[in-house]
Design a protein around this ligand. Structure first.
Ligand code: NAP
Length: 314
């Protein structure tokens, strides 16, 4: 019987995970099909229940469901429990196990970005969703001493900070309101800036104007594309990286969890590059830039003004 692995998100069309994982299954000669399931929040519970069927090996979970699936799991691994977010699901019989391989993917991306420099101790994170939780967890584990989280809806950043209150007790982890002047002054105190919002995923907008970002910063955008945010901060003189390394490494870890085999990383890299050259595409979601002009963009509005942007879908 052909086994199935699904990516559950909203939206999921044009996901790069599909190309990457299918190439990996095929290269290993495994009879597995990777499917994209676009499920709105209201349809999430039914989709998760369906995974209990014998034909499913497991799933990936993406925007905007990573936190919502947590209570639907039968068991959580340490990283999933620590982050309060799940991006990969495996099975133990009919029981569903929630993992968070974004944590491992981020670690590789962070090490690559920092390179031979000393690991910094201060970071600014834009966003407080499922992806941001993996980032903050990774920064705490890495020994960061000051991490400031800005989010459009402040209460979500505050909930994130509360979630990590024990593991971050020895350090300064703060939620701050999304005001450009506050972000600008925090950027003067940091060495690393990470965009973990989905701003730039569906359209060519930046979460903050590049000109407020000091030249010496290391900048990571979780979105797998040369976003406006990356183009502007690169122009400032920053060292920048997109979400490719994180995407590849979270995907490789998920592959091993589903199959018990080492991931064919080269094949996966080639598939990602080929999929990307087929058009400007995001980390796990929709096409970006001009191609996306007529695509629905639930989270695409700019938030670069001094005041928080209007809540999308709220
Ligand atoms: P999520 O849980 O849905 O969170 C989305 C985040 O973006 C929230 O902080 C949200 O703020 C913010 N946001 C969305 N639209 C906004 C707008 N118009 N103005 C201001 N803020 C806005 O999604 P996620 O799973 O964390 O993913 C976030 C991004 O990271 C996505 O682009 C995803 O593709 C990427 N990602 C990449 C990787 C990788 O491997 N490269 C891994 C994980 C995530 P509110 O809370 O105020 O709505």
């Amino acid at each position: 019987m052909t086994k199935r692995v699904v990516l559950i998100g909203h939206p999921v069309a044009h996901s790069l995970s599909g190309a990457m994982q299918q190439a990996a299954f095929d290269a290993k000669g495994l009879d597995v099909r990777y499917e994209l399931w676009d499920r709105s929040p209201i349809a999430l519970g039914a989709a998760i229940r369906e995974l209990k069927g014998d034909d499913f090996l497991g799933a990936n979970v993406t925007i905007p469901h990573k936190e919502r699936v947590v209570p639907l799991m039968d068991r959580l691994t340490e990283d999933a429990a620590a982050t309060g977010a799940v991006n990969t699901i495996t099975k133990e019989g009919r029981r569903l196990v929630g993992h968070n391989t974004d944590v491992a993917g981020f670690k590789v991306a962070l090490d690559k970005l920092v390179g031979r420099q000393r690991m910094p101790r201060h970071a600014v994170v834009l966003g407080a969703g499922g992806g941001a939780r993996a980032i903050v967890h990774g920064l705490i584990r890495e020994g960061f001493l000051r991490v400031i989280v800005f989010n459009r809806h402040l209460h979500r950043a505050e909930a994130l900070v509360r979630h990590f209150s024990k593991s971050a007790a020895h350090m300064e982890l703060k939620a701050m309101p999304w005001h450009e002047s506050i972000i600008e002054s925090e950027l003067l105190r940091t060495k690393i800036l990470i965009n973990a919002t989905s701003i730039g995923l569906n359209s060519d907008v930046s979460p903050i104007p590049g000109e407020i970002v000091p030249a010496e910063l290391l900048v990571l955008d979780l979105i797998y594309a040369d976003t406006r945010f990356l183009r502007e901060t690169r122009k400032q003189g920053c060292t920048v990286a997109d979400g490719q390394t994180m995407l590849l490494n979270q995907g490789a870890a998920a592959f091993t969890l589903w199959t018990g085999q080492p991931a064919p990383v080269e094949v996966m890299t080639d598939a990602l590059v080929a999929a990307r050259s087929g058009g400007l595409r995001s980390a796990e979601g929709e096409v970006t830039g001009a191609e996306a002009d007529d695509a629905p963009a639930p989270d695409a509005g700019p938030a670069s003004d001094a005041a928080p942007a209007a809540p999308a879908g709220a």
